[in-house]
Design a protein around this ligand. Structure first.
Ligand SMILES: [Zn+2]
Length: 62
């Protein structure tokens, strides 16, 4: 079963930060720690909300 928000991901950056990104539209948001946990979660929630309804983009539009 595929979950609705599986295209919204987070990874480590080479500089030790975090990068939230959307597999569909390719937009991302960088987080440079340390930040308050509440803020981290709030940013994650907001990013997820903004990309929940994204659809896969044709490659040539990127
Ligand atoms: Zn997106």
């Amino acid at each position: 079963m595929t979950r609705k928000n599986d295209h919204i991901k987070i990874e480590n950056t080479s500089t030790g930060g975090y990068r939230m990104f959307c597999d569909y539209c390719g937009r991302d948001h960088l987080i440079v720690p340390p930040i308050p946990m509440d803020m981290f979660l709030a940013i994650g929630r907001q990013f997820t909300k903004g990309h929940r309804n994204c659809r896969p983009q044709p490659k040539e539009l990127k």
